[in-house]
Design a protein around this ligand. Structure first.
Ligand SMILES: [Zn+2]
Length: 300
């Protein structure tokens, strides 16, 4: 009897010691496995590194007085991102801030875990912070119609950075450029990164993709389309030497990683304009598709 109880206790202890924290419980989605493929981290320029997965970006900035991380990808990406930080020779507990681009599960899903593991604070735009605290999208998000499918680990304490506001740590000042459209809180971040005598402007560009849940129409709210177009124009006009889009496949990062070797391989002065042009076309196409009349409802 006593032996059985001891065995049971041992089993329970083993179960709990191997239990995953809830904030890294994998989210399942059509693209999640592909997105979460491990990616070896690499230097982008100077103090800035790519630490994301193959399909979802995350960037590390070594400010000399602590680390800043942009985005956490999926909950199941957080351990991969943490490993990438260590692989670059940095300590997880030196991460002071995790910044959010937009509050969808594929970019903000891993932020709670990264903040827990590192002790970092989290910052986002005002609207983005509202969503992060809820652990889902706000009601006015174009993808709100997916309901519970939008959920991800909530973050209780989120510092709000105003539009054009900055967050300074060590030698780096990161600037928030509000770019609403894909979500109401969408934010593009930029900073200077220096190497020897040369400084470049890094842009971590939020999604500018017009994507919506079924039943949502951007064209129902002309002000929303105008706002989206303003965001796209804003990104096109940014000082932008190196672009890292939140979905790396929307830039040519990995192509440049393969085909360049010098420290300038990621520099592309046209990258933000091209990114904006593609987004403008996609928004136009989305709006055009919305004018196609829906099929008549069945009377059966
Ligand atoms: Zn999104």
């Amino acid at each position: 009897m006593q032996r059985t109880a001891l065995l049971l206790l041992a089993c329970l202890a083993s179960t709990f010691s191997h239990a995953q924290p809830a904030d890294v419980t994998p989210i399942e989605c059509g693209n999640c496995t592909r997105w979460n493929t491990a990616q070896t981290p690499f230097r982008l320029f100077g103090n800035s590194y790519y630490i994301g997965t193959r399909g979802l970006s995350s960037v590390l900035i070594d400010t000399g007085a602590g680390l800043i991380v942009l985005d956490g990808a999926l909950p199941q990406s957080a351990p991969l991102i943490a490993e990438n930080i260590r692989e670059l020779g940095f300590e997880l507990h030196d991460v002071r801030w995790v910044l959010s681009s937009h509050a969808h599960f594929d970019h903000a899903g891993g932020i709670a875990a990264l903040a827990r593991m590192s002790g970092a604070q989290v910052a986002a735009s005002t609207r983005g912070a509202n969503a992060l605290r809820m652990g889902t999208v706000t009601a006015d998000d174009p993808q709100a119609g997916y309901g519970m499918g939008n959920a991800y680990p909530a973050i209780e304490h989120v510092t709000e950075i105003v539009d054009d506001g900055t967050l300074t740590l060590g030698n780096t000042r990161v600037r928030a450029h509000y770019t609403p459209g894909h979500t109401p809180g969408s934010t593009t971040w930029s900073w200077q990164s220096c190497e020897a005598e040369r400084c470049v402007t890094m842009v971590y560009a939020d999604s500018l993709n017009a994507v919506a849940a079924p039943g949502f129409r951007f064209s129902d709210t002309p002000a929303r389309i105008a706002q989206f177009r303003t965001s796209i124009a804003r990104v096109a006009l940014l000082r932008c030497d190196i672009l890292v889009p939140v979905h790396p496949e929307f830039g040519d990062l990995f192509n440049r990683l393969l085909h360049g070797s010098n420290t300038s391989r990621f520099v592309n002065a046209n990258a933000c304009q091209r990114y904006a042009t593609a987004a403008r076309k996609r928004l136009q196409q989305t709006i055009a598709n919305e004018t196609v009349p829906a099929p008549a409802p069945s009377t059966k």
